[in-house]
Every structure is written in C-alpha cells, then in structure tokens.
Design a protein around this ligand. Structure first.
Ligand code: C2E
Ligand code: MG
Ligand code: MG
Ligand code: MG
Length: 282
C-alpha cells in the first residue's frame, strides 16, 4: 500500500513506494516479451585462485536492458520472476546461454550459474541440466550451480536429492552468500555441496573488523576439514585479498580481479584469434 502508518496513527502518502510499485508492474508485465526480443543478456565475472592469480572460472550474472527503463538490476526483477513463475523459463535460458558461452573459453575455466530455489521446487533440475549439457556439449565438470544459503536452511529431501543427482553427473554445487542466513556451520557437513562462497558483507570490513575475521577464519577451517573449497565474494582491494589468503580462503571474486563483462571481453585474445581464423577462412 502507498499509505504508511506513522507513529502518531496518521497515514501519509508515500510517493516513493508508489513509483516503485509502478515500476515493478511494468517489469512484471514486460518480462516474458523481453526474453523473446532479446532484452536479457549475460555478463560474466572472473573467479580466481588467490595464491596464483590464475583464472579458474566465471560467474554468469543476468542483466536486463529494458527498452524504456534502461538497465535493470537482477535484484529488481529476479524476485518478481520468482513470484510469478517466469523464473523457470528465464533460468533455463540462463543455464543454456552460460553453457554455450563457456564452450568458447579455455577448457580449465568453469562457469558458475545462479539457480533460484523456485527452479528446484518447481522442476527437475538434474534432468534439465543433463539435457542442456547434452545439447551444448559442455563437460559437466565445467558447470557449477550456485544456490543461496537461504535455500539450504529450508532444505527439503527433494532439494537434497536433486543436488545429489547433479553432483553424480559431475556438476559442482556452490553455497552462495554464505554467512547471511544464520545457518549453523555444522549443518554444512550434511549438505551436498563442493564450495562455500563467503558473502561480500564479511569481506567489506575484513581488514579492520575482528568479527568478520573470526567468521571467515572459522568458515575456512571448517571447509578445509570437510574437503570443501572456499571462495570470497566482493574483493575490491589488495589488502582484502592478502587477508583472505592468510585466513585460509583459496579462491576469490570481485572488482579487484574484474567487473562483470561480456563473454567476448573475458578472453579478448581468444576472440581476436577466433576473428583472425574467421578472416583467414573466408
Ligand atoms: P550474487 O550471486 O551473490 O552475485 C554477486 C553480486 O555482487 C553481483 O551483483 C556482482 O555484480 C556483485 N559484485 C561482484 N563483485 C563485487 C565487488 O567487488 N564489489 C561489490 N560491491 N559488488 C560486487 P549483481 O550482478 O547485481 O547480482 C545480484 C544478485 O542477483 C546475485 O547475487 C544473484 O543472487 C542474483 N542473480 C544474478 N544473476 C542471476 C541469474 O541468472 N539467476 C538468478 N536466479 N539470480 C541471479
Ligand atoms: Mg552467485
Ligand atoms: Mg553471492
Ligand atoms: Mg547475492
């Protein structure tokens, strides 16, 4: 509602939330058409091995270039798509596009794809992923699926079964935004996953905040004990990177290494070589 109740008991009109709701209605009304007309596209952000600096993977991050509203953040439209069920179709498109993009990368570079809990609840992800891997020809070992920690808090048998099936295919599972969902560290031991992604909120003040340091250190220690990999999100400077390495975090992602960009911009040399080949062949 556009009316907010104040502490005095009077209601006041709130134009900001009214504008926001209008925008949400436009986004909801336009999203199906937008997939047909190509307004959605993927960007990819580098994931690196912190000690060697080597590129190990890239995370697919969806964008929407709306014809009138301009660039729309996934933070604005993913939850709408989850609420109206469109995420099933959009998520399938993201998976397929991500696998196709990864095929043009060096074979040691994997692709990480965010999958919504709704996709797991409404569908058979193992079957869907299997079909996409077969169609595209991407090796399952090069695909990683990111699910948020909140999913695993509400973890059902059905979810666990799908994750186990995905892992049996050779697909890796990463637990995204770790630390934001108040789950117990011990719980991870029984959860089918290969990697923990430490949320960027713990990285932001890492160098000065002893609480963040303690959390990162204990997550890294537990992960090592369980044979899981650890990746820190949102690394923006060298100090954070050095600190994370010291605390036992092996992998990282963030503006220090690269902002999300087009697949062709991830490997400009490969793209240039591809173009030269194309020219030579024509
Ligand atoms: P996420 O998966 O945790 O992605 C990390 C977010 O942090 C991305 O925002 C990324 O651009 C941003 N980021 C990366 N490095 C830095 C840094 O150094 N500093 C700062 N301040 N931010 C950084 P983005 O692209 O806006 O995505 C936001 C969220 O939207 C994602 O969080 C993910 O939950 C969701 N999302 C994005 N793409 C998809 C998708 O294809 N499917 C689904 N279901 N969700 C998606
Ligand atoms: Mg993610
Ligand atoms: Mg995250
Ligand atoms: Mg997030």
């Amino acid at each position: 509602t556009a009316c907010k109740t104040t502490g005095t008991g009077y209601s006041i009109y709130d134009p900001v939330s009214a504008g926001k709701r209008a925008r949400l209605r436009i986004l909801e009304g336009d999203m199906r058409q937008a997939l047909q007309t190509g307004e959605f596209f993927l960007t990819f952000q580098e994931q690196v091995d912190l000690s060697s600096g080597q590129l190990i993977g890239a995370e697919a991050l969806i964008r929407w270039q709306h014809r009138r509203l301009g660039m729309v953040s996934p933070l604005d439209f993913v939850s709408i798509a989850e609420a109206n069920g469109f995420i099933t179709e959009l998520g399938r498109w993201v998976l397929e596009e991500s696998c196709r993009a990864a095929l043009s990368w060096p074979a040691h570079v994997s692709v990480a794809v965010n999958v919504s809990p709704i996709q797991f609840a409404k569908g058979d992800m193992a079957r869907e992923v299997k079909a996409i891997l077969r169609e595209t020809g991407l090796s399952p070992q090069r695909l990683q699926i990111e699910i948020t920690e909140s999913v695993f808090l509400k973890g059902t048998d059905q979810l666990t079964r799908q994750l186990q099936e995905l892992r049996a295919l050779g697909v890796q599972i990463a637990l995204d935004d770790f630390g934001t969902g108040y789950s117990s560290l011990a719980y991870i031991a029984n959860f089918p996953c290969d990697k923990i992604k430490i949320d960027q909120s713990f990285v932001r003040n890492l160098v000065t905040d002893v609480t963040s340091q303690a959390i990162v250190r204990s997550v890294a220690t537990l992960a090592a004990g369980l044979g899981l990999k650890v990746l820190a999100e949102g690394i923006e400077d060298q100090h954070q990177k050095d600190f994370l390495l010291m605390l036992g975090c092996g992998e990282g992602q963030g503006y220090l290494f690269g902002k999300p960009k087009a697949s062709s911009a991830l490997f400009p040399d490969a793209a240039a070589t591809g173009r030269r080949h194309a020219i030579a062949l024509s």
